[in-house]
Write a protein that binds this ligand. Structure first.
Ligand SMILES: [Mn+2]
Length: 274
């Protein structure tokens, strides 16, 4: 039996500083540092919440370990962290991960070092909620698969509370210490689905054309990444904000975006290439 996992984390009101969210970093930690300097981020008081996909494609993926060790940096897991994790026991996933920017790991790191990274990534929750002065802000990587945040939170807590019995999942390697999405298939949607983003973008992914969309009723704001919108202010509709501006891609407008969770003002920095 595996130990219970924390799949959801709650952060109390930050009484003394500001809270920010950041889009998919994809190894662009130098761009993140430029953004933090620009906004005067105070690491003694402020907090930063990342929407996942910390690794792959950019120049400094391995630095995600250094950032996660900092007390002011928090992140949900993205599909790229999940690919790294599952590549430990699934050769097809190893190929998929390497095709999607994960090749840096085997080029630069020992198998032991990659496993250490997997262990750290496997601690990342699927959802974070942050209490702000204006209300509750929820963060997931890609999609909210259930109609309200409360139902989603309850579903995550139910999985956390019940130790996973590998006998129920014969398709999954029994000796792996890592969390596998097959333990609850709707978790796959949290990391990969573009349904929420499609609703915000009016059906056209990768274009910024916000339209009317239903609010998440029990959140002040839902902040997601995963679906990139290039060269435009990050699109929002109702109380849903897409903050991945494509730092992981080599193309015009690719940038890393930070959002102030009190005002929803955004700040973007071009992602340097290399
Ligand atoms: Mn993603």
């Amino acid at each position: 039996m595996q130990k219970p996992r924390v799949l959801w984390e709650r952060f109390a009101l930050n009484e003394k500083g500001h809270d920010f969210a950041v889009g998919d970093i994809h190894g662009h930690f130098p761009a993140l540092e430029r953004l933090l300097a620009r906004i005067g981020f105070d690491d003694a008081r402020d907090r930063l919440f990342a929407v996942g996909d910390l690794i792959d494609r950019g120049p400094a993926s391995a630095r995600f370990m250094e950032f996660l060790a900092r007390p002011w940096f928090h992140a949900v897991r993205g599909n790229h962290e999940q690919m790294m994790i599952e590549s430990a026991f699934d050769p097809d996933m190893l190929a998929t991960w390497e095709d999607n920017g994960g090749g840096w790991a085997r080029r630069f790191l020992s198998p032991t070092a990659i496993d250490q990274q997997r262990a750290v990534a496997d601690q990342l929750p699927f959802a974070i909620e942050v209490v702000t002065r204006h209300g509750l802000v929820g963060l997931v990587h890609a999609h909210l698969p259930l109609p309200t945040w409360a139902v989603f939170r309850q579903a995550l807590q139910a999985i956390s509370a019940a130790p996973i019995d590998p006998m129920r999942f014969p398709g999954i390697h029994r000796d792996t210490p890592y969390f596998h999405l097959d333990y609850a298939p709707w978790l796959w949607e949290v990391l990969y689905s573009r349904a929420t983003a499609r609703a915000v973008l009016g059906g056209g992914v990768f274009r910024a054309e916000p339209r009317e969309v239903a609010r998440i009723p029990d959140l002040q704001a839902l902040v997601i990444g995963h679906t990139s919108v290039f060269g435009a202010p990050p699109p929002s509709a109702a109380n849903i904000h897409l903050i991945d501006s494509g730092a992981g891609y080599r193309r015009e407008g690719a940038a890393l975006t930070l959002m102030d969770l009190a005002t929803y003002a955004t700040f973007s920095e071009p992602a340097e290439q290399g």
